[in-house]
Design a protein around this ligand. Structure first.
Ligand code: GTP
Ligand code: MG
Length: 309
């Protein structure tokens, strides 16, 4: 005696809660296998709706699949790590952040863009490894179009070239970017610098005369600090420290160059931005320490600002 079809429908619903993708399809198949084999009537209808469920789940998981290539923006700026396979992009990402990511001495270790937050000069910046860019990417070779789409959203690029590799590989990647009309502020990180010879460095300098070079080895903390500085330069942002009740916050605000005291107040709180009257400023933009300024006073990198209500 099969269970009443309403009970079956309820049980099916319960078992599908929270299941997505392959797991959901597996459960649906199990349910179908348990259905009595009637050709008509409520059981036949249940079978039909479960079969439809399989198709819908497939469509949905493909959508999720496509979406996952979109990287959710976090932090004050988004900087892409771009370069041919196996040059050390993931290793650099890992060395600059808390992220645990697979690295390996073979190409295409990383298959999708990987974001990681890092602190640069006290400001949270998002780094994104863009893997797998190859010749023909602009024509969607190797799924290049979606990868270039992620890159288009970034603020700046750290190109990665491995010291001992021929520069042509990175040149190919740059040509694809140019074909996709992607032009961003950029530097060149020469990766695996612990293995770099002068010949390697000269060859890269000749191949990329338009890019400032930073030698980077994940084994050398000094080189990673230099890369952080270069990344900060790429963001183009300025830091402003907030002061209130006589103490200054350790974490700076990150603002666009040209920002005014009004922008500082606004980034603390829109209401404060609308209502405050004046401010005090210490640092590079102040004529003297603690200068009283109006709303339109332009702040400079490393200023300290106290908003007066
Ligand atoms: N000696 C040395 N080896 C490094 C350095 N950085 C990375 N490697 C090695 O280089 C190899 C490739 O590193 P990955 O970080 O996986 O390179 P990737 O560019 O992310 O590679 P794909 O994701 O496959 O494109 C690994 O074996 C790393 O251990 C470095 O600074 N010095
Ligand atoms: Mg990688």
């Amino acid at each position: 005696m099969p269970m009443p079809h309403q009970t079956f429908a309820q049980m099916a619903k319960r078992r599908l809660v929270g299941k997505e993708g392959k797991e959901r399809i597996r459960v649906v198949r199990e349910l179908i296998a348990q259905l009595p084999d009637y050709k008509n009537g409520p059981y036949a209808d249940l079978r039909k709706s479960l079969l439809a469920e399989i198709d819908e789940t497939r469509v949905r998981s493909n959508a999720v699949h496509r979406d996952s290539i979109a990287v959710r923006r976090e932090g004050a700026a988004q900087i892409a790590l771009v370069g041919p396979p196996n040059v050390g992009k993931s290793s650099v990402l890992q060395a600059l952040s808390e992220i645990q990511i697979k690295t390996g001495d073979y190409p295409f270790t990383t298959l999708r863009p990987v974001p990681a937050l890092t602190r640069v000069n006290g400001v949270l910046v998002q780094l994104v490894e863009i893997p797998g860019l190859i010749g023909g990417a602009a024509d969607d070779r190797g799924g290049g179009r979606a990868l270039l789409g992620v890159l288009r959203a970034a603020d700046a690029i750290v190109f990665c070239a491995r010291a001992g590799y021929p520069p042509e590989e990175l040149q190919t990647v740059r040509e694809e970017l140019a074909r996709a009309d992607i032009h961003k502020p950029a530097v060149l990180a020469v990766t695996r610098a612990d293995e770099a010879t002068d010949v390697d460095m000269n060859r890269l300098a000749r191949a990329f005369p338009d890019l400032a070079m930073v030698r980077v080895s994940v084994l050398d903390p000094g080189s990673l600090a230099a890369l952080r500085d270069a990344i900060w330069g790429l963001t183009g942002l300025i830091r402003v420290y907030l002061r209130s009740n006589g103490s200054t916050q350790a974490e700076p605000l990150a603002l666009e160059p040209g920002a005014t005291v009004a922008d500082v107040a606004d980034s603390v709180h829109h209401e404060l931005g609308a209502s405050f009257s004046a401010a005090r400023v210490w640092g590079p933009s102040a004529r003297f320490e603690g200068q009283r300024v109006g709303r339109e006073h332009a702040v400079h990198d490393t200023d300290t600002v106290e908003i007066l209500r």
